[in-house]
Design a protein around this ligand. Sequence first.
Ligand code: BES
Ligand code: MN
Ligand code: ZN
Length: 492
Amino acid sequence: MTASIEIGSGDPTRAALEVLAVCVEEGSLEQNAWLGPIEAAMGGGLVAHAKLVEFTGKAEQLLDVSTLGRAKARRIVLVGLGPRQKLDAARLRASIAVAVRASNGPGVTRVGIALPAEVDWRHVGEAAGLGSYRFVKYFTGDRRPKAELKKIVLYSQGRVGASARRELALGVGIAEAVAIARDAVNEPPNVLTPEAIASVARKIAKSGKFGIKVLDKRGIRAAGMHLHYAVGQGSANEPRFIHMSYSPRGATKRLVFVGKGLTFDSGGLCIKPAAGMGDMKTDMGGAAAVLGLMAAIKHLKPRVEVHGIIGAAENMPDGEAYRPADVFTSLSGKTVEIINTDAEGRLVLADALAYAARLEPDLVVDAATLTGAALVALGKTCSPYYATSDDVAQKFEGAARDAGESFWRLPLLEELAEQLKSDIADFKHTGDRYGGSILAALFLREFVGGYPWIHCDVAGPVYAERARGIYPKGATGHPVLTFVNLVEGFAR
Ligand code: BES
Ligand code: MN
Ligand code: ZN
């Protein structure tokens, strides 16, 4: 992220900004403290125009007007916050992110945001950072943006003290962490290989002073992760197993996050159809979330242990590729008969979860772009999640709500489990098409060793066809903010 985010002083209508965005609570156009001076600077007409086009300040409603040279800024952008009484963290974040995204555009380098009274500065920092994200590194010539957003200036009605500035900086740091996750998902699969994920992890570990262990292809086999090894064995881009650890002195809890890191999923020998295969560059979305979380931990420094584990591999068809009917022994010692090489994620995760269990965790949380069935069940914007108890589910729901990220709990239906019995090994890794996300979750459960566990099937929301709220088009950073909140909940 390149834009600097700062707190402005004085009258925003006199500041050198190309765009001034104003937050408007629903039904409060006339009372808005910022609009008076803006009206005066423009010689009137803005509020009347807003009413004419039925801008009322509904949540995320936008009105973009040119000042036609009558004010210092070229454009005024009004953004709705929705009803004042219900202005929670998620809505404030979404509205401000929308305001920044709407303000950004050709020739825009400096944007002012006139904030509502009494904001949580951390959420403002998160939102401003999240809203300014773009992925433009592969554009050249005319496609390259001629001007890029350099500065976001935040205007508040009250005095802004030192603690507000600290909170703002923390929010900006968290947005930068989310951007690391987004970048990883947006990167093409020829660039973001398993080793490239490992090098991002090394960088995060170095700057956060975390422990890090990376196993290469031989190391994965030597450790006994034969499922992970099998998935990666058909690719020239060799697999990596990654373990980052943050262990502060005096920590009372140990949380372990596990991410599926398939840098590309062709399906392997059970190859996917050509249409849509390119979408499988996002099959490391879970791993990206773990990277983003660990990058955020550096800023948060919670009083709990946080481990970030990634199983990275590329699933390719090849003379050395694993095949249906193969049998492998997992790190847990259980044997698995391969049915479909396109159900590779649960194999990589099985070994990673068995590794996580050895850490004797208080909670294991995994994120994986695991099944198409998750999209069929809940659509592209909401992730199914599974929990081993109502207690952890409740904690998770709270974290997701505050993050403004969409999750829905699905059951670990025992009656489906018999489908995972194999005639030749302990388990098969797939069963019926129906209930596919649940079945994948049931398979994973066999490797968690009975520890409290949450599984997030994030196949849909890690990548978006269009921008919405805090999520831009493309990689969204889902579910980094939820994970951040969850960790903080345990640290309190
Ligand atoms: N990575 C895919 C799941 C996926 C599908 C993610 C669509 C994002 C969008 C996963 O590895 C996969 O191929 N799953 C199969 C499992 C099946 C073979 C049992 C699926 O869902 O079809
Ligand atoms: Mn697959
Ligand atoms: Zn996959």
